[in-house]
Design a binder for this molecule. Structure first.
Ligand code: PGA
Length: 261
């Protein structure tokens, strides 16, 4: 049995946040500094326009800053796009890849997500690859096969396990207030852990598996206690520093229960 990885609590601001909202990131930084560092990693992924300013706020603290997407090329004629090297240059250390909103709006394929994850690792970023089924898939009993195909197609061959995180985000749970049952979360995470172990031959246990989709302060402790859940990817509730830290504190305040020695 491999060691349990350090949990990750990640906020995805999506297309929200102006310079005036950087105070939320300052508040999270202050809470992280005051908290028990090292018990969980805390990450905020603001829009690209705020990454450099957010990185400056987080500089020298345990708070990490990330991007929400990147291309696989490092530079070139790709109007409007951003590369992993650019994110790194702006102060990011993580990037979310293959979020269902990007898969749906921009047709991002598993192959594109895989190529981006490779470029992220080359640039020194940790990729958070998102997977998850639609409601129709779940109702038809296809949730495991859909997620299995996404894992197979999106995870790089021989990845750097320290630079790879997988987030299970059932599409029907994102922004809806709906969540799977704890049993369903645990069953999917058990399945993902087995698939990741099968696909990644060396030290796959270091790859963290997050749950995302309507994580709120009221349900975080229960969701995070599910088997093989190594943290959370949080959308709406990450916009408010108090809500976000209430979720992060599931780990920061009660780490002994979650991270056995
Ligand atoms: P939500 O979003 O927490 O608002 O449901 C999660 C996500 O899309 O990452």
């Amino acid at each position: 049995m491999s060691r349990r990885p350090q949990p990750l609590v990640a906020g995805n601001w999506k297309m929200n946040g102006l310079i005036a909202d950087l105070g939320e990131i300052e508040a999270v930084r202050d809470a992280v500094v005051a908290g028990r560092a090292g018990r969980a990693e805390v990450l905020i992924c603001p829009p690209a326009t705020l990454i450099a300013a957010a990185a400056k706020i987080a500089q020298g603290t345990a708070l990490k800053i990330g991007g929400q997407t990147c291309r696989s090329e490092s530079c070139g004629a790709h109007t409007g796009d951003i590369s992993a090297a650019m994110l790194r240059d702006a102060g990011a250390s993580y990037v979310i890849l293959g979020h269902s909103e990007r898969r749906a709006s921009y047709g991002e394929t598993n192959a594109a997500v895989r190529a981006r994850a490779v470029s992220a690792a080359q640039a020194g970023l940790t990729a958070i690859i998102c997977v998850g089924e639609t409601k129709a898939d779940r109702d038809a009993g296809r949730a495991f096969s859909v997620v299995g195909r996404q894992l197979l197609g999106s995870i790089p061959v021989n990845p750097d396990v320290e630079r790879l995180v997988i987030a299970y985000e059932p599409i029907w749970a994102i922004g809806t207030g709906l969540t799977p049952t704890i049993q369903d979360v645990a069953a999917m995470h058990r399945f993902m852990r087995a698939e990741v172990d099968r696909l990644v031959h060396s030290d796959a246990g270091a790859i963290r598996l997050l749950y995302g989709g309507s994580v709120r302060p009221r349900n975080a402790a229960e969701l995070m206690a599910a088997e093989h859940v190594d943290g959370a990817l949080i959308g709406g509730a990450s916009l408010d520093a108090d809500d976000f830290m209430a979720i992060a504190n599931v780990y920061l305040r009660d780490a002994e229960a979650k991270v056995p020695a």
